[in-house]
Design a protein around this ligand. Structure first.
Ligand code: NBP
Length: 474
């Protein structure tokens, strides 16, 4: 066999990943259920590298050197299971199956356990960067065994994006660690995009900037600490005019955001782990709300959709920049908390600094401040929260007045800012001396005898609420 690696699933992502691998000088065997996709790839791009076209999975398996590394890049869920079921009987002990789709980490764990019983290695590999990233250099979060990475590592590190010469690809941990980190990456992406969208809403409807003027503001922000792929893209999208109508493109797009589920998975996982990822949760619910056209129409009908007269103090544009920055710090801090918690729960030993390193390039959330996150975790791998790392604590301190003004102004004007506002509440919740959770605990003891602890000594107590209100030790 000629090929050193194989890939099945040649839709947009798989095709570009295969081209990227071939361009890096690896001989790659390629296959797709519908062979027309494979034929099209070879016809259009066959000259880019050394491809071995295969019409069946049998041919694919026969075309690659042992131990075989076979990347599966098909529709997540049933598609992945179907391909694995067909592939496994064709493989030999020690072969490595790599799922490069967006799998749920629980599915990855199930698949890994099943393949391990057959003496095979299974790698859940998160790939971020969309269609273009897959071709030009994505960010790659690899799970699975060390042994599998020995084989796979050189290929993925050669095709990944690079920042300062360092590849944006790494073995982040065993088992489903790669898909878990990718899931949280997507969750953070939800929060980041929602924050940008809320900021635009405020720039437009409070500061009165039309999309092209707002585009200029985002372009300017992209020169500073907020520099990131998404902010840059925001400037580009806001400046775009719809060819058909001549109107700002953003005004002709329906305002119902869709989701494929990774945000929802992140929130579900966070609830299970007990990690308050308020930014990701609010962002996911904001998308959900946007799609509830019937309820939205009913509310508009009942209450009107007029904006309340809002007063603006100070330099609103710069206040929004500061609020966006601080809330973004919170969203990333929460996401990293979830990675640390997931890693602890499963014994994955994920290094947050390594995650920040591979997110610096290639992926959708790549941003200048990931360097700072990397530095914070490198300086203290056991960091309690990114929020209190010196660099980020300063950001939050310096932004705080602006952040409060923005949240107040948004509320006064009736402009929803759930992530800007929710992350401020999270921040205040963390730093507050006493939380009203005490009252909740008292209520729980009252209606459900759920017991409580006291501030003035150890022990667990219950009060006889229905009787003489005496306290007993539980
Ligand atoms: P899709 O998610 O649209 O899947 C299409 C591919 O799956 C085709 O190759 C199709 O084969 C194959 N497939 C299906 Br559907 N069911 C199959 C089955 N039962 N057996 C064999 N093959 C089957 O492709 P994509 O957008 O390229 O995404 C691929 C993966 O990458 C997904 O898991 C996605 O979540 C993930 N991802 C996507 C992006 C992105 O920006 N699109 C980014 C990061 C990750 P056919 O040609 O014969 O129908």
């Amino acid at each position: 066999p000629r090929a050193t690696i194989a890939l099945t699933g040649l839709a947009v992502m798989g095709r570009n990943l295969a081209r990227n691998i071939a361009r890096q000088g690896h001989t790659i065997a390629v296959h797709n259920r519908t062979t027309a996709r494979k034929d099209a790839l070879l016809e259009e791009f066959g000259h880019e590298g050394d491809f071995v076209g295969c019409d069946s999975l049998e041919e694919l398996v026969a075309a690659v050197q042992r131990p075989r590394t076979i990347i599966v890049m098909v529709k997540a869920g049933e598609g992945t299971d179907a391909v694995i079921d067909e592939l496994v009987p064709l493989l030999d002990e020690g072969d490595i199956v790599v799922d490069a789709g967006n799998a749920h980490p629980d599915h990855t764990r199930r698949r890994q356990q099943a393949l391990e019983e057959d003496g095979l290695h299974f790698v859940g590999m998160g790939v971020s960067g969309g269609e273009e990233g897959a071709l030009e250099g994505p960010s790659i979060m690899v799970g699975g065994s060390e042994h599998a990475y020995t084989n796979l590592g050189p290929v993925v590190e050669s095709i990944a994006a690079r920042v300062d010469g360092t590849p944006c690809a790494a073995h982040v941990g065993p088992d489903a660690a790669g898909h878990f980190v990718k899931m949280v990456h997507n969750g953070i992406e939800y929060a980041d995009m929602q924050l940008i969208a809320e900021s635009f809403d405020l720039l437009r409807h409070l500061a009165g900037l039309e999309p092209d003027a707002a585009a200029a503001v985002f372009a300017e922000w992209n020169q500073g600490d907020l520099e990131s792929f998404l902010i840059e893209m925001t400037a580009d999208v806001l400046a775009h005019t719809d060819a058909q109508t001549g109107r700002p493109f953003v005004d002709v797009v329906a305002d119902a955001a869709e989701q494929k589920g990774t945000g929802r998975w992140t929130v579900q996982s966070a609830l299970d782990l007990g990690v308050p990822v308020t930014g990701i949760a609010e962002a996911t619910f904001a998308r959900s709300l946007s799609g509830h056209e019937v309820i939205r129409a009913a509310a508009r009908e009942a209450f009107g959709s007029d904006q309340a007269a809002g007063e603006v103090d100070g330099d609103l544009v710069d206040d929004v920049r500061a609020a966006l920055y601080a809330a973004k710090v919170v969203a990333y801090a929460q996401g990293f908390d979830q990675i640390v918690a997931g890693s602890r729960e499963h014994g994955w030993d994920v290094d947050p600094a390594a995650v920040a390193t591979i997110w610096r390039g290639g992926c959708i959330i790549r941003a200048r401040f990931l360097d700072r996150i990397q530095e914070a975790y490198a300086a203290d791998p056991d960091l309690t929260t990114l929020l209190t790392a010196p660099f980020f604590a300063d950001v939050v301190r310096e932004s705080l007045d602006s952040w409060r003004r923005v949240v107040v102004a948004a509320a006064r004007a009736g402009i929803p800012a759930p992530v800007l506002g929710g992350s401020l509440a999270y921040f205040d919740g963390l730093r507050r001396e006493r939380l009203p959770a005490a009252l909740i605990q008292a209520l729980r003891d009252n209606f459900g005898a759920h017991t409580y602890q006291r501030v003035d000594g150890p022990g667990t107590f219950h009060t006889d609420w229905a009787g003489d209100r005496s306290q007993s030790e539980a």
